[in-house]
Write a protein that binds this ligand. Structure first.
Ligand SMILES: Nc1ncnc2c1ncn2[C@@H]1O[C@H](COP(=O)(O)OP(=O)(O)OP(=O)(O)O)[C@@H](O)[C@H]1O
Length: 617
């Protein structure tokens, strides 16, 4: 066990900010965060807090009061003792009554500062969380291509929670600590500069000890946050991949993968907590030392008559008060480090570029006819090799265009460009003669509907899932769309009909039924243009026929782009685009292309050999 725990020290893991998911090559690893990064993270965190500056000022005022009252307490005790010893009558009793009032006010001001600080911290993390979530939804598809969902979620939950709990508890402690420390030193110097200097002997020792400890714990807290993100990513991936894991009997491997990641969290957590656990011990030891110094030297000074016994009492109490905030600050430092690590990971996502902004002059599209032109369009994912190369074609309004070609030919990428998920690196795409780059994304996508292979259904009723196509559609319109999509009869056969609740991602219904719901959803949206990715999974002939009919009603009068896998669909197309290695190698109707021979004929022959049902088109 101990050998394993020592592992991070023998082979320190490289600092990898976003793990493999981010797609950074080893030469691109981000730098380890230094003090400069911390200060810029703290500045940004401050910019969030500063929005609540009025409340913050109130908290500070309460901190000043409560610190003042906590300083006044021991002073009054000392005075009461001195007055009693000097035989000063009943004055000492008045001091004790005043002491009661001071402690009551101390409790009130502490309570107010706590309540207000909790409010500030909750509002701050609420804004951070909202900003992060809306930023995530403005990020380009390429961002999500590079990352695990669970890792992203960990930033929204764990990391923000870390910031929240530190703001809740540590911020007050730090304000109070600094103020109490300052106030204590001033009063101590006023009472006895000599004793104060003697108390200060322990300060350099404290600073050295703290430096030693935090230098070790800081990176470990950061590591723990990263490990937590990694584990969450792994959990999400393995839960959503349950079917594949079970089908390939990979449970053991998955569990051992989990154990490995869990172990990393345990190790970084163990060392971060264990080393930071030395802080109170160190502080207590040094506290006792300064206590002994003050008591010993104070006693000598009192015997010589330079100070009173009351002053020694006050001093002993102040010595405790002097080391306590230092102790608190030291303890809070670790949680501050952990919050900084969390905030850094949140800001990292906030710094990601959102989808390239629409050009200033970008205009809304207006109702489109659906004439699409690609002019010498090229595109590359990584800025190196072209995924699409010199593509030119035309789709007239209402035409159905089938995209065919071997796997990896670039069919999905072409559709991605048409929807402006990506921008072409060369060439232009126009809709009704307008350059896509000059059209607002939102107005473009609002006129397009997508029926993709991996139809996504949300947790909710069948009706709500269809209504996702047009939120203001009435129940009658929803049912009409379902009838046109051929989905009505299967919906009515289900218990609950349209109100039947689906679990997340349409659990509880078949692939074919999911497709029919997706078609109904698209029909309801009444788009001017359609993008269909025909399912490759085999569906029974009856359902397939229903899907074909549903698609037929959907495509009528709409410019449609279909990534087609079935000969029946392809034959229906007004034009077929044949892609190979990112190039458009042939285009025409089914008959024209068959006459030409070439890749299309080969694909169709292969398909025929395959039983003509599922060609590898
Ligand atoms: N996000 C991405 N980042 C980098 N390369 C990608 C990305 N998506 C696809 N590619 C690459 O681009 C090429 C074209 O992929 P695309 O998905 O467009 O092909 P496809 O014709 O739709 O294939 P399939 O029929 O298998 O779905 C492939 O070589 C693929 O590896």
């Amino acid at each position: 066990m101990f050998k394993t725990l020592l592992e991070p020290f023998r082979h320190p893991r490289p600092v990898i900010e976003l793990g493999e998911g981010r797609g950074l090559s080893s030469g691109q690893k981000p730098k380890a965060a230094g003090a400069k990064d911390w200060s810029s993270t703290l500045q940004r965190l401050w910019s969030f807090l500063a929005e609540r500056r009025v409340k913050l000022i109130l908290v500070l005022v309460m901190v000043v009061f409560s610190s003042g009252f906590s300083l006044l307490g021991p002073f009054m005790i000392g005075r009461a003792v001195d007055i009693y010893l000097e035989g000063g009558g009943s004055h000492w009793g008045l001091y004790l009554m005043g002491l009661g009032a001071v402690y009551a006010l101390y409790s009130l001001t502490s309570w107010l500062q706590n309540i207000w600080m909790i409010e500030i911290s909750q509002e701050t993390v609420f804004r951070m969380r909202s900003e992060l979530f809306s930023h995530l939804h403005r990020l380009p598809i390429s961002f999500f291509n590079r990352r695990q969902q669970g890792e992203i979620m960990s930033r929204l939950t764990n990391d923000i929670e870390n910031v929240s709990s530190t703001l809740n508890s540590s911020a007050i402690e730090i304000f109070t600590g600094v103020l109490t420390l300052g106030g204590t030193v001033i009063v101590m110097l006023w009472l006895s500069p000599l004793l104060t200097l003697l108390t200060f002997i322990v300060v350099p020792l404290m600073a050295l000890g703290m430096r030693w400890i935090t230098r070790r714990t800081g990176p470990l807290f950061k590591q723990r946050q990263r490990n937590m993100g990694e584990l969450n990513g792994y959990i999400e991936e393995t839960l959503s991949g349950q079917r594949v894991i079970k089908a390939f009997g990979q449970e053991r491997r998955v569990i051992s993968g989990f154990r490995e990641r869990n172990n990393r969290i345990m190790l970084s957590g163990f060392w971060a907590q264990s080393i930071s656990g030395f802080i109170p011990k160190l502080m207590n030891g040094l506290n006792d030392l300064s206590f002994a110094i003050v008591a010993g030297f104070g006693g000598i000074l009192a015997i010589r008559g330079s100070i009173t016994v009351g002053v020694i009492l006050v001093f002993v109490e102040y010595t405790r008060q002097f080391t306590r905030p230092l102790n608190d600050l030291a303890n809070q430092w670790n949680s501050v480090l952990s919050a900084i690590a969390g905030a850094e990971r949140v800001f990292e996502v906030l710094d990601e570029d959102t989808e390239a902004k629409d050009e200033k002059a970008a205009s809304p599209l207006g109702q489109i006819r659906g004439e699409v032109k690609f002019r010498d369009v090229s595109f590359s994912y990584n800025g190196e090799a072209d995924t699409l190369n010199g593509i030119s074609f035309e789709a007239r309004p209402g035409e159905m265009i089938a995209l065919v070609g071997p796997t990896g030919a670039g069919k999905t990428t072409l559709i991605g460009l048409l929807s402006r998920f990506y921008n072409p690196s060369k060439g232009t795409i126009t809709i009704d003669g307008k350059d896509l780059a000059s059209i607002r994304r939102e107005s473009l996508r609002s006129q397009m509907a997508f029926v993709l292979q991996d139809t996504f259904l949300f947790k909710g009723s069948i009706r709500d899932n269809i209504r996702y196509g047009r939120l203001d559609a009435s129940d009658e319109e929803v049912e009409k769309a379902a009838r046109m999509a051929n989905a009505h009869s299967f919906i009515m056969r289900m218990p609950g009909g349209y109100d039947r609740m689906l679990s997340a991602d349409g659990g509880g219904i078949s692939q074919g039924q999911k497709q029919l719901l997706a078609i109904a959803r698209a029909i309801l949206a009444e788009p001017a243009m359609l993008v269909l990715d025909e399912a490759t999974s085999s569906i029974d002939t009856v359902t397939e026929l229903k899907i074909q009919e549903g698609l037929h009603s959907l495509m009528k009068g709409r410019t449609s782009f279909v990534i087609a896998h079935r000969l029946n669909t392809i034959r229906m197309a007004n034009r077929i685009l044949v892609l190979r290695d990112g190039k458009l190698v042939q285009q025409g109707t089914h008959e024209e292309l068959l006459k030409q021979g070439g890749l299309y004929s080969e694909l169709v022959m292969g398909a025929a050999g395959n039983g003509a049902k599922r060609p590898s088109l």
